[in-house]
Design a protein. Structure first.
Length: 364
C-alpha cells in the first residue's frame, strides 16, 4: 500500500513537470525498456532463484519509495542550499552531491534492510548484485518516465522537420534508451557487492559496516562523475566521452564480475550436492538433475506437463532452496560458520515436501 502510494505521488510529480501527454509517452517507453534490464538480472539469478516476493519487493522499492524519497529530499535540500548559499552554488551542488548521495542511499536502503535482517537473506555476492540491480531497475523505470516523456513532448513542440531537432531527439532517445537504463542498476550493484560482502563475511560488525560503506562511497562517486559530465560546459560530447572512458569500463568490469560469480555459484552448488544427498537433504538421484541448469529447466517443464503450473512452481522453489542449502553447506565446510544452515535445511525439506505433494496431484 505505501509503495503504491509513493509511486503514484512520484508519478503525479512527474505529470506536473511534463504534463499528462508526456507522462503517458514516458510511461510507455519506460515500460518497453525496463523488462530488458530486469530480465538480465533474473538471468544471473538462475542457479539460486530468490523468492519472487523479495525480487518484486526490490523492484518496487526502487520504483516507489526510493524514487519518492529521492525526489522530495532533493527538492528540500536544493531549497535549503539555494537559500543559505545561493542559486549559483546550488546549481552545481545538487547534481554533484545531493543527487548522487540521496539516490544511492535510498536505492541501497533495501539492501541494508536485507543485511540487518536475520542472516541468510543474502547467501552470496551474486545475491547482492541481483537485489541491487532490480532496485536500480525500478528506480530507472520511474525516472525514465520523466526524461523520456520530456524528450517526446519537447520534440513534439518543436519543428519536427528541422534536422537539428530530429538529431537532438535521436541523441536524447539514445542516451535514455541505450546508455542510461543500466546506469542506476550498475551504481547500486556496486553498493550491493559491498553489502553482500558484509553479509557473507565472518568478520566483526565494524568490518562488515566498512565493506558496505565502501561500496556506497564508490557508487556515489561514480554517480557524481556522470552528473558532472552532463553539467560541464564547452564540450557537448563530454558526457559521451565520460561514458566511454568511465562508465563502459565499469559496466564491463561489473558484467565480468557478475558472470564469474554466476559460474562460481554453479560450481559451488554442484560440488556440494553430493554432500546434501549423503546427509539426506536431497535424494541421491536428484544430484545430477540439480547440478545442471538444462536439467532443472527440463524438470520444471515435465512437472508442468504432468501436474500443472503449481507443480512447476513448487519444483522451481525446491531447486532454489536446494541451491541455497548447497551454498550454505559449502561455506560451512570452508569456514566453519554454520549460522543459518539448519534453517536452510528445514526450508529445503519443506520445499521438497510441497514439490512431491504437487507432483502427486492432478494437472489443472
Amino acid at each position: 500500500m505505501s509503495a503504491g502510494a509513493a509511486w503514484l505521488a512520484s508519478v503525479a510529480w512527474v505529470a506536473g513537470r511534463i504534463g499528462v501527454d508526456g507522462l503517458v509517452a514516458g510511461l510507455l517507453l519506460s515500460a518497453v525498456v525496463t523488462p530488458l534490464v530486469v530480465g538480465a538480472f533474473l538471468w544471473l539469478d538462475r542457479w539460486e532463484r530468490e523468492r519472487p516476493r523479495r525480487l518484486v519487493s526490490a523492484f518496487a522499492w526502487g520504483a516507489s519509495i526510493a524514487a519518492f524519497c529521492s525526489i522530495w529530499s532533493q527538492e528540500g535540500l536544493q531549497a535549503l542550499v539555494d537559500t543559505t548559499v545561493g542559486t549559483d552554488f546550488g546549481a552545481w551542488f545538487r547534481p554533484l552531491v545531493i543527487t548522487p548521495v540521496t539516490e544511492e542511499v535510498f536505492k541501497g536502503l533495501f539492501l541494508v534492510w536485507l543485511l540487518v535482517r536475520p542472516r541468510g537473506q543474502i547467501t552470496g555476492l551474486l545475491d547482492g548484485v541481483v537485489y541491487a540491480g532490480l532496485a536500480g531497475a525500478g528506480f530507472s523505470f520511474t525516472e525514465n518516465i520523466l526524461y523520456l516523456g520530456r524528450t517526446v513532448t519537447a520534440f513534439a513542440a518543436s519543428d519536427t522537420s528541422d534536422v537539428n531537432a530530429v538529431a537532438l531527439f535521436g541523441a536524447s532517445l539514445f542516451l535514455r534508451v541505450v546508455m542510461v537504463p543500466f546506469f542506476h542498476p550498475l551504481m547500486v550493484a556496486v553498493f550491493g557487492l559491498g553489502v553482500a560482502a558484509a553479509a557473507t563475511s565472518g568478520r566483526g560488525g565494524a568490518a562488515r559496516a566498512g565493506l558496505a560503506l565502501a561500496g556506497l562511497l564508490v557508487a556515489i562517486t561514480l554517480h557524481g562523475v556522470w552528473d558532472w559530465a552532463g553539467l560541464a560546459g564547452g564540450d557537448p560530447y563530454l558526457i559521451y566521452k565520460i561514458y566511454g572512458a568511465v562508465m563502459v569500463p565499469v559496466f564491463v568490469a561489473m558484467t565480468v564480475v557478475a558472470l564469474v560469480l554466476r559460474g562460481r555459484e554453479g560450481r559451488m552448488i554442484a560440488a556440494a550436492l553430493p554432500v546434501l544427498a549423503r546427509d539426506g537433504h536431497i535424494a541421491p538421484e536428484e544430484v545430477a538433475s540439480l547440478a545442471d541448469l538444462a536439467e532443472r529447466r527440463r524438470g520444471r517443464r515435465d512437472a508442468r506437463r504432468r501436474s500443472g503450473r503449481a507443480a512447476a512452481r513448487a519444483t522451481g522453489r525446491y531447486q532454489a532452496e536446494a541451491s541455497a542449502l548447497a551454498i550454505r553447506t559449502a561455506r560451512a565446510r570452508a569456514t566453519g560458520d554454520r549460522e543459518g544452515l539448519d534453517e536452510r535445511a528445514r526450508a529445503t525439506a519443506a520445499a521438497r515436501a510441497r514439490m512431491l505433494a504437487a507432483l502427486a496431484g492432478s494437472p489443472r
